[in-house]
Write a protein that binds this ligand. Structure first.
Ligand SMILES: O=C(O)CCC(=O)C(=O)O
Ligand SMILES: [Fe+2]
Length: 350
């Protein structure tokens, strides 16, 4: 599958030299990292009553179906607590991530993402759409991390592989549980969408993992961690450390911070759920601002079997509500995203 994802991104070359900054030695921002354009959207004054919903997955299912449906419709993002993923595993995954990004540059560059590849270490994958660079380092994994990890940690690769494999296994279980709740909130049953592979019958159900690192920045107001984008997944499950930086765009308010909540995971709606829900659950524009402290996050993109055609759910369309999006496979959509970035959804609109 990683080759299919790479194929989807082929042609969108990062037209940049692969010259990574040693962020730790910098006292001020180099010009290439200075974002001076005024932001298109205001910074929102987030009122207490206006904060991103936190949903307790131990709560009654019927209540959670409503809460999740409402959060997807109105926010495009929510946080979950009591999600069943052991705290120790979240901690270990963060330790692996920290260990990766604090390796010497020459070590990390052994697994540098080549210009047209999907996996590996380097700039933000969305960098090619911007003239400035982000205060960011990332590592993307699809499939087994073994090859890359052997190069990164010739001695300790086994331990880190086990952590990442276990993390992906647990994330998949949580994603399937959330998917069932989301589908119920849309009035659809598991039976209606056998294709979703919720019973594990699809082997090709790729869900890439992004390790994100935002090094402490000397001038965060003029830098950008990760520029505004929507995710191409059905939804994304994000684990963030205790440093705040993630913001979502809320209509009528502006950028609202998604504060780190101890042991909580952030879930945000991606473009494929947007299509599946016929626009009822819009994919949310989000970004990560730069900060004075080191910030880490791990994003699990819950994907779809790459060649499976999906279209708005049958129960959501009818004579009074025609389908707003044509049928499309994830791999085709990823190719469109690689070309049109945040405008890709408008090219799928009928
Ligand atoms: O680091 C974050 O908070 C956001 C990361 C993100 O949006 C992504 O990996 O797609
Ligand atoms: Fe994202």
């Amino acid at each position: 599958m990683s080759s299919t994802l790479s194929d989807a991104f082929r042609g969108k070359r990062l037209n940049l030299q692969h010259k990574l900054l040693d962020f730790t030695s910098l006292k001020e921002l180099p010009d290439l990292y200075t974002w001076t354009e005024p932001d298109e959207y205001p910074a929102g004054q987030s009122l207490a009553s206006e904060s991103v919903p936190v949903i307790d997955l131990d709560g009654p299912t019927a209540v959670n179906v409503n809460l999740i449906g409402h959060a997807c419709k109105t926010w495009g993002v929510f946080q979950v607590i009591n999600h069943g993923i052991p705290t120790a595993l979240l901690h270990n995954a963060m330790c692996t991530s920290r260990s990766l990004f604090t390796l010497p540059n020459e070590q990390k560059l052994k697994v540098a993402r080549s210009p047209d590849a999907f996996e590996g270490y380097g700039f933000a994958r969305i960098s090619s759409f911007f003239s400035k660079l982000m205060w960011y380092e990332g590592f993307t994994n699809v499939g087994s991390p073994l090859d890359h990890f052997c190069q990164l940690w010739p001695q300790d690769y086994n331990m880190h592989c086990n952590v990442v494999e276990e993390y992906k296994k647990e994330m998949k279980k949580l994603a399937e549980r959330l998917m069932c709740l989301i589908l119920r909130s849309l009035g659809t049953t598991r039976e209606d969408i056998k294709w979703a592979g919720l019973n594990g019958d699809f082997k090709d159900h790729p869900s890439p993992l992004n390790f994100n690192y935002y090094p402490a920045c000397p001038d965060p107001d003029r830098a950008m961690g990760l520029a505004a984008h929507t995710d191409s997944s059905l939804f994304t499950i994000l684990c963030q450390n205790s440093v705040s930086g993630l913001q979502v765009l809320r209509e009528g308010t502006g950028w609202v911070t998604v504060p780190p909540v101890s042991d909580a995971l952030v879930v945000n709606v991606g473009d494929m759920l947007h299509i599946l829900s016929n626009g009822l659950y819009p994919s949310v524009l989000h970004r990560a601002v730069a900060t004075r402290k080191n910030r880490l996050s791990i994003a699990y993109f819950y994907g779809l079997p790459s060649d499976l055609q999906i279209s708005p759910l049958e129960n959501l369309v009818g004579p009074s509500q025609p389908p707003l999006y044509r049928s499309i496979s994830w791999s085709e959509y990823l190719r469109m995203k690689a070309k049109h970035f945040n405008k890709a959804l408008s090219f799928v609109r009928v």
